[in-house]
Design a protein around this ligand. Sequence first.
Ligand code: HPA
Ligand SMILES: [Zn+2]
Length: 350
Amino acid sequence: MLATSEFLTHLPKCEHHVHLEGTLEPSLLFQLAHRNNIQLPDDFPKSVEALQYRYQNFKDLQDFLNLYYVGMSVLITEQDFEDLAWAYLEKSSKQGLKHVEAFFDPQGHVDRGIDLELVIGGFRKALVRAEKELGMSTKLIMCLLRHLPPSEGLATIKSFAPYYKKGWIHGMGLDSSEVEFPPELFTSCYQYARSSLPKEVHYTAHAGEEAGSDYVRRSLKCLGISRIDHGVHSADDPELMKQLAERDIMLTVCPLSNKRLQVVDDVSQVPIRKFLEYGVPFSINSDDPAYFGGYILDNYLAVQEAFKLNVDEWIKIAKNSVRGSWVSEKRKKDLYRMIDECERAYSTVE
Ligand code: HPA
Ligand SMILES: [Zn+2]
């Protein structure tokens, strides 16, 4: 039976690939620029509409990142970080989001002179509130910016170690410009993190978004990670696909992002069917929803429009995304139960 949009709206979802700074909607961006007296660059679009229009015409990842870093410059106070994350959580909850593992880019803030306490404090407040008021489970993943020197990545790990120890941050990732900054540059950062942070911390990295499948292979080899962010180019390498399936390495796929950043011409070129055929686990995510034209449900709907998946396939995707989540077995059981309930409710409606 073909899945409908009503079913997809209600299907319990987990998001593993969303940059909180990438949830900054143009309206909030201008509001915060005003509230904090921030002068945006002269060539920055002047209105919500002009900015939205600009977001529809990214040439590539770097073209997006250039705007993304300007965008985050309006985030100054703890309240700003809280407001940003809360707007994302509230909106996504209405789209069936039950569990989120959200990225943030501390170097993008600390390097502008923002106190790390304000960044993490604001995000934490919104996440705790979502757990209480929206019934979501939440985790925070700190990313290192790969265009900055690894020595600065190391210093970032050291300065955020107290928050890992308090259990406020649960994972470490690697993002920003990919091709010119290969994974091997960050081997020592990941080694240091594994030897000094609590053993419960999980590790991931962006790989195979603009770069080829060899960056996925090499990231797995040198960074000791258990998940790959994007990884869509893995599909070009059958041996790697087998390895991902055997080792149960989840790919956090972001279809609308891939389209906006010209990784693919169309969502139908995201290798969803190949991942299903090879048994490569993947989740579907929004990446930077304010910039790429859609939140989590919009990404599910875009995949459905392109691939016409059936209910069984969606249930499998939803359950795989629970299995790949960094949460307790107890919470996983709850999430599986919610998915089973959704499946039952949907089959009785039909
Ligand atoms: O899609 C992305 N890729 C790399 N870095 C990023 N930072 C925010 N979004 C992205
Ligand atoms: Zn990303």
